[in-house]
Design a binder for this molecule. Structure first.
Ligand code: ADP
Length: 478
């Protein structure tokens, strides 16, 4: 089975969030279950530099305002098709936003171009010796792919799967863009890519793909409700059995405390104490009065950062500490920096994006906090499990699916791995942090929960097999 993945970011080359981790990890995970995956990615400067001299497999003289080519090559073990389109992707700034922080004005064209070439690769793959059976589109940036596959005729022979990593990003454009984006006018309706009087690339992917999934079973259920569906609930319900949830895994080789290059490696909890001490020293934290809680996150409303600010005084009062790495909403950045200034030795905050530091923080923490209002899957709680850093999470989406709440019963059964609290409630977070501090007071039990977590499977084994089954269902030939 050959699958062409279409992704706007891919770890370790370019990453703004969990989508990159999944796009980067799936190809290796799927190899073991008979799926050969190549990934089409935009030719951002960092990707073209990493690629070097790729083999040209496709050209187009004028794609949304300039000539483009698709290059093939292997980077970091990933088989990539790179869309080299200087007028669209060869720019300073992030994948989606200019250096001033605002979205690129031409994002609809930029990612429509990616989808267009994906559909061509699906249609003409046999011409250069690699014909996909299925195209796997990630999020709105790849959402027009199944529409274009219908246009090019590829949909007759090639199946399509759309994965929703985060429903909040809809890929919106004005309806006057239908022709500009080479979309069929007849698709501009409630059953197609129309979304509240505009075009939505995400809606296009959901409506046109053979199969749609999101990244955890609970989030799949939530998305079918008006509360979480953000306007897509009706369309997703309409997909019926063609919409499902498959839990994300993590790359357990890269996220392995025994071999992690970014930390003082450890296999058992005694070794973890060194990572903790090193983190306390690096961040200027006192260390020993209570659980060291860590956060690695975008600082946004979605992530419940206001709830954490509310609960922080109580955590500090109980002797706990906070070490936070993140960036995002400037108001949150300022408030967390203020909290650090007011609580020297108890609260440490680093604003920015720092991959090596994120490893040191997750390794050094006693508990990792993820108080999200909604969370499609969440990855940092999985890193926490792997590193013996107890997850304290909101009971929502993939967080609910991956953490076994600590109760007398689950501790006695030896399966408790963390704490869950009601989402969207600062009081509930306070209670969960209280429960964490209570557990901390009984170090034997605390360490048992840490050990349970370290044994919990967080890799791709089960989910890779589920993706393989989904691709098989979507493929035209058995
Ligand atoms: P989302 O994709 O919604 O941001 P996830 O938990 O699914 O949330 O994935 C976030 C990913 O980004 C994780 O791999 C996390 O470690 C990483 N990350 C988030 N913020 C930072 C940061 N400031 N520095 C380093 N890594 C970060």
């Amino acid at each position: 089975m050959k699958v062409l993945s279409v992704a706007s970011e891919i770890a370790p080359l370019i990453k703004t969030g969990g989508l990159a981790d999944v796009a980067g990890a799936l190809p290796a995970a799927l190899k073991g279950v008979g799926v050969e995956m190549r990934t089409l990615v935009p030719g951002y400067p960092v990707i073209l530099e990493a690629l070097g001299d790729g083999r040209q497999v496709m050209t187009d003289g004028d794609l949304f305002g300039g000539p483009v080519q698709v290059l093939y090559g292997v980077v970091d073990g990933l088989e990539l098709y790179v869309l080299d389109a200087a007028h669209l992707f060869y720019r300073d700034g992030g994948p989606y936003a200019a250096p001033d922080g605002f979205d690129w004005w031409d994002n609809p064209e930029r990612f429509a171009a990616l989808c267009w070439m994906a559909a061509r690769l699906a249609n003409e793959g046999h011409l250069h010796g690699w014909q996909p059976d299925v195209v796997h589109a990630h999020d709105w940036q790849a959402g027009f792919t199944p529409v274009y596959m219908q246009r090019t005729g590829a949909a007759h022979t090639v199946g399509s799967v759309m994965t929703i990593h985060n429903i909040a990003f809809t890929g919106s454009a004005g309806m006057d863009m239908v022709h500009r984006l080479r979309l069929p006018m007849e698709g501009y309706n409630a059953g197609g890519f129309e979304f509240f009087g505009r075009i939505s690339a995400l809606k296009a992917g959901i409506a046109y793909a053979d199969k749609v999934n999101t990244v955890s079973p609970t989030y799949a259920q939530e998305l079918k409700t008006p509360e979480f569906g953000m306007g897509f609930d009706g369309t997703l319900k309409f997909k019926g059995a063609h919409f499902s949830g498959i839990l994300n895994g993590i790359d357990t080789e890269y996220w392995n405390p025994a071999t992690d290059k970014h930390i003082i490696p450890y296999k058992v909890l005694r070794g973890k104490a060194k990572a903790r001490a090193a983190l306390c020293e690096e961040m200027g934290l006192d260390g020993d009065s209570g659980p060291l809680c860590v956060v690695v996150s975008r600082l946004t409303d979605q992530k419940g950062m206001d709830l954490l600010l509310h609960a922080l005084p109580r955590l500090v009062e109980r002797g706990g500490q906070l070490c936070l790495l993140g960036s995002g909403n400037p108001w949150f950045e300022e408030k967390f920096l203020e909290a650090a200034a007011q609580n020297p030795g108890r609260v440490a905050v680093r604003i920015g994006y720092d991959e090596p530091l994120s490893h040191r923080i997750i390794a050094g923490g006693d508990a990792i906090l993820v108080p999200s209002r909604f969370e499609p899957c969440g990855l940092t709680q999985l890193y926490g499990l792997r590193y013996g850093t107890i997850p304290v999470v909101a009971r929502t989406g993939g967080l609910a699916d991956t953490v076994i709440p600590s109760t007398v019963a689950t501790r006695m059964a030896g399966v408790a791995t963390g704490f869950q609290h009601d989402p969207d409630s600062a009081d509930a977070l306070v209670h969960a942090l209280d429960a964490l501090c209570d557990l901390w007071a009984d170090q034997k039990q605390f360490q048992q929960v840490q050990r349970n977590g370290m044994k919990h499977p967080v890799g791709w084994d089960v989910s890779a097999a589920e993706y393989a089954a989904l691709f098989k269902e979507a493929a035209r030939t058995p």
